[in-house]
Ligand binder design. Structure first.
Ligand code: SAM
Length: 237
C-alpha cells in the first residue's frame, strides 16, 4: 500500500527537488521505499527524517536508523528528533519538498496551524508539499469500527487531538490562510480489510480500550475493520 501511495504522490508532483523533509517519518515505513523510488528520478538529493518519537513511538527513530544503515543510505538521510510544531533547528527557506503520512491526525487544530506555519517558514519559494491522511468519514461498518477503535485508544499523547483526522477542507483552508498556493486534494483508495483476529492484534498495538472491544465484539467478528480512503493534500509556496 505504501509503495502505491508513494507512486501516487510522485505522479502528482513536479519532481525537481533536492532537499526533502519527511515530517513524522516514524520507523521509516515510507522513508525507505520513498528513497528507492526517488533514486529513479534524481541523482542528487538529501532527506531529513523528522519525528518526535515519544510515547508509543519512542523506539521509532532507533528502528529507522538501523534500516538506513542496512540499506547503506547514511549519506542521504539526516535523522532529527523534534516536534513539527516548532522546528527551530531547520533554517528558513531551506527545503524543496515536505511530505507526511498520518501526522495531522496526531495534532489538534492549534498544533496543525503551528505546524503548517513552520512548514511555510522552512519551505523555499516554489517548494512543494504533500500530506496524506485517512479521511474521517466511514463508507461502511468495517471502516466505522476502524475509526471508532482509533478514537477509543488509551494512548496518553498530549494534547489529545480533537479528531480522528482533520477533513481535507480543514487542511486546505488553513494552508490557504497561511499563504500556500496551488492547493489540490486528491483521493487515494486504500481499502485494507483486517479480519477479527488480526484486528485484535492491531488493537493491542494501538492500546484500544478493552471495554470498546468487548462492546463491539460481535460486529468486529462480523465485519472486521477496514481503512478509510486517504486524502492527499498537495500545495506549493
Ligand atoms: C501514525 S504514525 C505514522 C508514521 C509514518 N509516517 C507512517 O506512515 O507509517 C504518526 C507519527 O507521527 C509522529 N508525531 C506525532 N506528533 C508529532 C509531532 N508533534 N512532531 C513530530 N512528529 C510527531 C509520531 O511520533 C509517529 O511517528
Amino acid at each position: 500500500m505504501r509503495d502505491k501511495l508513494i507512486d501516487f504522490i510522485l505522479e502528482n508532483l513536479d519532481i525537481k527537488f533536492s532537499v526533502i523533509l519527511e515530517a513524522s517519518c516514524g520507523e521509516g515505513q515510507l522513508t525507505i521505499p520513498f528513497i528507492k523510488k526517488i533514486m529513479e528520478h534524481i541523482d542528487n538529493f538529501s532527506i531529513i527524517a523528522y519525528d518526535l518519537s515519544t510515547g508509543p513511538y519512542s523506539k521509532s527513530l532507533g528502528i529507522l536508523k538501523k534500516k538506513i544503515e542496512k540499506e547503506g543510505f547514511q549519506d542521504l538521510v539526516t535523522i532529527i528528533q523534534g516536534d513539527v510544531r516548532n522546528m527551530e533547528v531547520i533554517e528558513d527557506e531551506t527545503i524543496d519538498f515536505i511530505f507526511s503520512n498520518d501526522l495531522f491526525c496526531d495534532l489538534n487544530r492549534i498544533g496543525l496551524e503551528k505546524t503548517l506555519n513552520e512548514f511555510y517558514r522552512i519551505l523555499k519559494h516554489k517548494g512543494q508539499m504533500a500530506h496524506a491522511e485517512y479521511a474521517p468519514f466511514p463508507e461502511n461498518f468495517a471502516q466505522n469500527l476502524f475509526i471508532e477503535a482509533d478514537i477509543h485508544s488509551l494512548d496518553t499523547s498530549e494534547p489529545k487531538p480533537d479528531w480522528f483526522s482533520p477533513t481535507s477542507d480543514e487542511i486546505a483552508v488553513l494552508m490557504h490562510k497561511i499563504g500556500f498556493k496551488d492547493i489540490t486534494i486528491k483521493y487515494f483508495q486504500t481499502g485494507i480489510h483486517i479480519n477479527f483476529e488480526e484486528a485484535l492484534k492491531a488493537f493491542k498495538e494501538w492500546t484500544v480500550d478493552p471495554k470498546f472491544i468487548e462492546r463491539h465484539k460481535e460486529d468486529l467478528r462480523k465485519f472486521g475493520i477496514e481503512t478509510p480512503i486517504e486524502h492527499v493534500v498537495f500545495c506549493s509556496k
